[in-house]
Design a protein around this ligand. Structure first.
Ligand code: SF4
Length: 476
């Protein structure tokens, strides 16, 4: 795909999961609205599976939640419990087969929704194939589903207790059988997963914003290495993987999670505003107006403005309906500078020294374009302030950030990046600043894409990305 047209310059390949056990409710509708709230975590495909008296029915397809489901499909998804999934992946070839929930019926029926990335997918895949297990799709999520579906243990909880320690990497997962919905998280707790209460029943979701929309209450996070089984008797919890080191993805706080979600006790919007305040403390600059790159930079821009006393205004207007496009603009449009996503407001920026706040820069294409547009609209100085450290390393835990070589910060100093982006100054928030804002420490988080310190012993190098691709196992 033409990089100029890949309008979301940020990291990709996140997923959102949801699960509910509520026999008195319309579980498919609950899943639908929960996924609707989690749409920001994946826009490529959506799916819901419902279990009705032992029969599991799954509807999944490419597209947004609102495109995949209609009244008729939701009505067909009857049952006592449901799981759902939204997915984003840049791997396009067998996209439909990789839509989730994954359904399998080997020894037991399971429908599974997974957010994360298995590092040892290749080995597990070979082992299962040697045993004659067939795969329909090519996702590592289907490997987890196959391990659970083929496992001889009577109860899914016991199967999971044996399977989970064999999985390496990131997995916040929800699996449904004919009688329960079971959520589990890897020992490091890399990707988020929360437990909610809906009346006297329970639900789980990647983020708490999914609870708000369905009237559920956030109880707590599913702990790293913990399994929570939702069923007729309430909840059953068990530690199934001993966590040696907690490593929650710090990028969830900075970028992925919705601003109204609560992560580790912090309202994300509040943390991001704090990041902006600290950014001012660390990198002040004389300027006339603070503008955000909407919407990703909104909260940090508010914080920067508040701390600095420099007025904030809307200098960039975002087209809210823009999605990825594969249509080439052609020479004529390209000449005029493609303004599909942002348009500057001359009245706000002309003749002004601007502080432009965003939450991250990956490849820098969008930032470069924004700087050009703002200069074109008459800004006299452009000072970029980024509420995260420079991204210089790949993520092996379920997030696609382009290749390291494509990252604008790769092999460049901050001054060199500023030159590359053509801004008058550039400053990033320090890692210490990030942790101050989320009131926590490096010891319990992953910040590998910034620091290069990978929290899990084994990384991509041990079971290379290319090995996965050769086997056509893709991340979800
Ligand atoms: S490498 Fe970055 S994006 Fe990936 S899990 Fe760690 S902090 Fe999150």
């Amino acid at each position: 795909m033409n990089p100029q047209l890949d309008l979301r310059d940020g990291p990709r390949d996140e997923c959102g999961v949801f699960g509910v056990f509520a026999p008195e409710s319309d579980v498919a509708r609950l899943a639908y609205f929960a996924l609707y709230a989690l749409q920001h975590r994946g826009q490529e495909s959506a799916g819901i599976a419902a279990s009705d008296e032992g029969h599991i029915m799954t509807v999944r397809d490419l597209g947004l939640v609102s495109q995949v489901f209609d009244e008729e499909k939701l009505r067909a998804l009857r049952g006592q419990m449901a799981v759902g999934h939204v997915r984003y992946s840049t791997t396009g070839s067998s996209a439909w087969e990789n839509a989730q929930p994954v359904w399998r019926s080997d020894r037991r029926q399971v429908a599974l929704a997974h957010n994360g990335n298995l590092i040892n997918a290749v080995e597990l895949h070979s082992e299962l194939t040697d045993q004659g297990v067939q795969f329909r799709g090519t996702s590592d999520s289907e490997i987890i589903a196959a391990l659970l579906s083929t496992h001889p243990a009577e109860r899914i909880e016991d199967a999971l207790a044996e399977v989970a320690p064999r999985l390496q990497g990131a997995f916040s997962t929800v699996v449904m059988t004919k009688d329960s919905v079971v959520a589990f998280r890897d020992g490091a707790g890399l990707r988020p997963l929360s437990l909610g209460m809906l009346g006297d029943r329970y639900c789980v979701a990647s983020e708490s914003c999914a609870f708000d929309i369905i009237g559920a209450e956030l109880l707590r996070e599913v702990q790293p290495g913990e399994m929570v089984s939702l069923g007729e008797g309430g909840i059953e919890t068990r530690q199934i993987v001993e966590s040696q080191r907690k490593a929650f993805c710090v990028f969830e706080h900075i970028y992925f999670a919705r601003p109204d979600s609560i992560l580790e006790g912090n309202r994300t919007q509040v943390s991001r505003r704090k990041m902006g305040e600290i950014l001012w403390r660390e990198a002040p600059v004389e300027a006339d107006v603070v503008i955000a790159v909407p919407d990703s930079g909104n909260a940090a821009a508010a914080g920067y403005s508040k701390a600095s006393g420099i007025a904030r205004d809307d200098g960039l207007i975002k087209n809210r309906y823009v999605a990825r496009t594969f249509i080439q603009p052609g020479q004529e449009l390209r000449k005029h500078g493609l303004r599909m996503k942002f348009n500057p407001l001359r009245e706000v920026v002309a003749g002004k020294r601007l502080v432009v706040v965003d939450d991250s820069i990956v490849r820098g294409n969008t930032t470069r374009q924004i700087v050009q547009m703002l200069r074109g609209a008459g800004a006299t100085e452009i000072h970029m302030r980024i509420s995260a450290p420079p991204i210089r390393h790949a993520c092996h835990y379920g997030v696609d950030m382009s290749t390291t070589q494509e990252m604008v910060a790769h092999g460049r100093t901050v001054d060199e990046i500023a030159e590359e982006l053509d801004c008058d100054s550039l400053a990033y928030l320090s890692l210490d600043g990030v942790y101050e804002a989320i009131r926590s420490t490096r010891e319990t988080h992953c910040d590998a894409c910034f620091s290069g310190d990978y929290p899990l012993e084994r990384t991509d190098g041990a079971n290379g990305k290319f090995a996965l691709e050769e086997l056509a196992v893709v991340r979800t």
